[in-house]
Structures are given as C-alpha cells and as structure tokens.
Design a protein around this ligand. Structure first.
Ligand SMILES: NC(=O)c1ccc[n+]([C@@H]2O[C@H](COP(=O)([O-])OP(=O)(O)OC[C@H]3O[C@@H](n4cnc5c(N)ncnc54)[C@H](O)[C@@H]3O)[C@@H](O)[C@H]2O)c1
Ligand SMILES: [Zn+2]
Length: 292
C-alpha cells in the first residue's frame, strides 16, 4: 500500500491535501475524538461535565464571555506555541520537487499549514480560523486578525480581563470559527477561500491529482466527504487516506492505517529509494567513437 501511495505521489502533478484534527496530533495537539478524547485534553471540562459540543457554542461569548474565551483563548495560545511536525514539510518537498500545484482543505482552525509555509491563498479553512476575530452580534461584516494577548486561569478554564472586544460596538468579540448551533458566524472569509478552491479544481480537473487526507474523523465528516468527492468525480484523482483508527476507503483509493507523520515518512523513504536506486538497464559496453 505504501508503495502504491509512493507511485501515485511520484506521478502526480497536482496535490490536494485534506486534513482534520489528526494532522495536528504528531505536533502534540489534541484531537477531540469523542467525549473521552476531549476530556483527556481538557480535564477541567471533564470535572464540569461539559462536552466539546457544549464548549464550542457561540452563546458563551454573549452569556459568559470569560468562559467562552477560556476555551478559545487556551486554544489560541496552544496553536500559537505549536511547531508543525515534519510531515507538513515532507509534503511541501514533494510539491516543490515536481513543481506541482496544490491546495489545502482543512477543518482545523489552528493555522498550522500557514505556519509550515503553505501559501495562504491556497488554503481553505472550512470551519474558519482561530487567528481571525469577528463581533459576537455581529454588528458589521468585519473580520480582523487575532493579535490579542489572552490570559487563562487553567484551573477554571476562564479567561482574565481584559477580553478581546469589537471596535465597532464594544462588545466582546469571538473567533471567526463556525461553532455548533452558530447563527452569527461570518462566513465571508471562508467563502472567498471556497471560490478559490473550486476554481483550482476546475482548472486541474484533467490533471493527475494526489489527494492526501490526514487525520480526518467520521464524526464531522466534512473533510472525508471532500476527499471522496474529488476521488470519485475526477477521473485522474486518487485519495490516499492516512488515519490510524478510521482509515477505510474503497479501492482504487488507498487506505493507510497509521499516524500522519509515520505514514508520510514511510512514503517519503520509498520515494527517496526510487530516486537513488541505480538504473536497472546495464550500461552499454565501451565503444570507440566512430570516425566521422
Ligand atoms: N487543531 C484543530 O484545529 C482542531 C482540533 C480538534 C478539533 N477541531 C475541530 O473539531 C472537529 C473535529 O473533526 P476532526 O474529524 O478533524 O477530528 P476528530 O477529533 O473527530 O478525529 C480525529 C481523527 O484523527 C485521527 N488521528 C488520531 N491521531 C492521529 C495521528 N497521529 N495521525 C493521523 N490521524 C490521527 C483519528 O483516528 C480520527 O479519525 C473539526 O470540525 C475541527 O474543526 C480542530
Ligand atoms: Zn460589534
């Protein structure tokens, strides 16, 4: 399977990288797989008996902003401090080596692809980004960068004043992330990214596309559905799904049951071998140059 994945990557002139929370795990970030996964990452919420779905609710920024910013402020700081693992760079080297075109589609809000040097214009963040803010109401369509210093009491998971505020109306602002039961999310930034991605797909519809899917879970299947749509709709596209617990995908697409970094390293080793292996054709015997 790894060999097959390596040959698809070798032949590809276009890459679509689709990533869920599992892509961050090898950088030390938690995924939120089930309540147990979430509570392991955030024991304070386990004590309070609050699930990920309950935490990721925009109402907190209205009713109890310090609680809302406790969760999102902690994650802002965590993602700012995280160094993307080598898997991000391995894929970039593949892209650069074959001068391929690429696009990243992720449900992660952590900005790790930008941090690893991927071009901001080639990233679709389907659920928005923690590094951008908007008004909680919202009082306008404004979306601005999150340059705030946010201090958290990790024991209570509550943010300390001063909290980030909207300069238009003075209310506490919130991350420009699509939360659960969210009617106030401003989708404009994500819509611009979506249009760029759809343009990219139509321009590359006839190309050899390697879709590399990393750590996308079944619970919120947006990313898996995106990979599968490309894999089934475009004739020359093959999906390589890398996931240690939920790797299933139908042939001819490829399922690799391992962690993202491990899988990318293995494929990379195979690609290196195929580049450095001596040519199997025996050299021609030495001949004197014919006299002209
Ligand atoms: N870093 C982030 O931005 C972040 C983190 C957690 C959750 N979320 C949000 O929560 C939602 C959860 O959806 P999801 O499907 O992305 O996450 P999920 O937590 O539901 O699933 C994570 C997936 O990653 C896989 N995984 C675990 N360890 C891995 C590893 N080392 N390498 C590769 N894969 C690994 C798991 O098997 C699982 O399928 C998304 O909407 C996302 O926006 C974001
Ligand atoms: Zn406002």
């Amino acid at each position: 399977m790894f060999k097959q994945a390596a040959s698809i990557i070798r032949e590809a002139d276009t890459f679509v990288i689709t990533a869920g929370a599992g892509m961050g795990v090898d950088s030390g970030l938690p995924d939120f797989r089930g309540d147990e996964g979430f509570w392991n990452a955030y024991p304070a919420y386990s004590r309070l008996g609050i699930s990920f779905v309950e935490c990721a609710n925009p109402q907190h920024f209205v009713a109890d902003p310090s609680f809302g910013w406790g969760f999102y402020g902690h994650r802002t700081n965590l993602y700012r401090d995280t160094i993307p693992h080598d898997g991000f760079h391995i894929i970039r080297r593949w892209i650069e080596r074959s001068s391929a075109d690429y696009f990243v589609v992720t449900s992660n809000v952590d900005g790790q692809f930008q941090k690893a040097g991927y071009d901001d214009d080639r990233i679709l963040e389907v659920h928005g980004s923690i590094h951008w803010l908007q008004c909680q109401k919202p009082c306008s369509d404004a979306i601005w960068t999150n340059d705030e210093v946010i201090r958290i009491d990790e024991r209570t998971m509550r943010a300390r004043e001063p909290l980030p505020r909207c300069s238009g109306c003075g209310l506490v602002s919130r991350p420009n992330i699509l939360m659960f039961g969210d009617w106030s999310w401003l989708p404009d930034r994500t819509h611009v990214q979506e249009s760029a991605f759809e343009r990219f797909l139509s321009e590359h519809a006839e190309h050899s596309i390697a879709v590399i899917e990393l750590g996308a879970g079944c619970a919120i299947p947006t990313i898996r559905a995106t990979s599968e749509r490309i894999g089934w709709d475009l004739e020359h596209a093959t999906v390589i799904r890398i996931n240690p617990r939920e790797p299933e995908i139908k042939a001819p697409h490829i399922s690799l049951s391992c962690a993202a970094l491990e899988g990318l390293r293995k494929i990379d080793e195979m690609l290196q071998e195929s580049i450095t292996k001596p040519c199997p054709v025996p050299p021609l015997p030495c001949q004197a140059a014919p006299a002209q």
